[in-house]
Design a protein around this ligand. Structure first.
Ligand code: GLY
Length: 223
C-alpha cells in the first residue's frame, strides 16, 4: 500500500495528493498521511511540509518510533533524521493556481479536495491500508483533515476488514467514518451497506441540498 500510494504522491496531475497538490491559503503545500498494518500498528503524519512521500514518513513513524502521529516541524525533523530529503512540493501550476485564487476566491477548482486511499489483502490473508492527501485547496493555514487520523481517514482490523475515506475531512472526522465502517462489518454489514450507512449518518444531519462530498471504500477480510 505504501508503494501504491507513492505513485499518486509523485504525480503532479493529481492536484490533491503530494507533489503538485493545491496549497493552503498562504501558498504552501502541506501533507497528511497515515498507514496501518495487520498487527494493529499505525503511523501518521500531519501538516508535513517539503517531503515528497508523506506515506513513507508515516510508515517510518509506525516502524521506528514509539508514537503513532507526528505533526508539523516535528514530523519534518523526524523525516530528515531518518534520511528523507527536503523537496520543494510546490509545482509551478500550484503556485499559479494559488495566485489566481488570491486575486479572486471564486477561482476555486471543482477537484478542490480528494485523497488516495489504498486497501490491500495479501496472499496470507492479511490486511493493510494507506491514505495520503494535500487536503482541501486553500484551507486555512494549520488545517488538518481526516486523512492522518486513524479511524477517520483509514482503519484496519485484521479480523474484520479495512476502510478508507475521501472527501471533506471535517465531515468524515466528526463521524469517525472508517472505524464506523469496520465496526459495521463486524456486526455483519457487507462492505457496500457499511459504506452507505456511514454516508447516511453524515447526510442525515442536514436538511436541504448537501453541498459537500464524502466517499468511502471498504474491503472485508474474505476479499
Ligand atoms: N479528505 C481529505 C481532507 O479533507 O483533507
Amino acid at each position: 500500500v505504501e508503494q501504491g500510494v507513492k505513485e499518486t504522491e509523485s504525480d503532479p496531475q493529481v492536484r490533491t495528493v503530494g507533489f503538485g497538490g493545491y496549497t493552503d491559503n498562504k501558498g504552501i503545500v502541506t501533507l497528511d498521511a497515515c498507514i496501518m498494518d495487520h498487527k494493529n500498528n499505525a503511523g501518521a503524519v500531519a501538516y508535513l511540509k517539503n517531503i515528497k512521500h508523506p506515506i513513507s514518513v508515516a510508515r517510518k513513524v509506525m516502524e521506528s518510533s514509539k508514537h503513532v502521529m507526528l505533526a508539523g516541524s516535528g514530523a519534518y525533523n523526524f523525516a530528515i533524521k531518518h534520511g528523507f530529503k527536503k523537496h520543494n512540493m510546490l509545482s509551478k501550476q500550484s503556485k499559479n493556481d494559488w495566485l489566481k485564487w488570491k486575486e479572486d476566491s471564486k477561482n476555486i477548482p471543482d477537484d478542490n479536495h480528494d485523497t488516495i486511499t489504498q486497501l490491500a489483502l495479501d496472499i496470507n490473508g492479511n490486511l493493510a491500508g494507506a491514505c495520503s492527501t494535500s487536503g482541501l485547496a486553500y484551507k486555512l493555514k494549520g488545517r488538518v483533515g481526516d486523512s492522518p487520523i486513524i479511524g477517520s481517514g483509514l482503519f484496519v482490523d485484521n479480523n474484520v476488514g479495512a476502510a478508507g475515506a475521501t472527501g471533506i475531512g471535517e465531515e468524515i472526522m466528526k463521524n469517525v467514518g472508517s472505524f464506523l465502517i469496520v465496526e459495521l462489518m463486524k456486526q455483519g454489514y457487507n462492505p457496500d451497506k457499511a459504506c452507505r450507512e456511514a454516508v447516511r449518518r453524515i447526510i442525515q444531519k442536514y436538511t436541504g441540498e448537501i453541498k459537500f462530498q464524502v466517499a468511502f471504500i471498504a474491503l472485508r477480510k474474505d476479499g
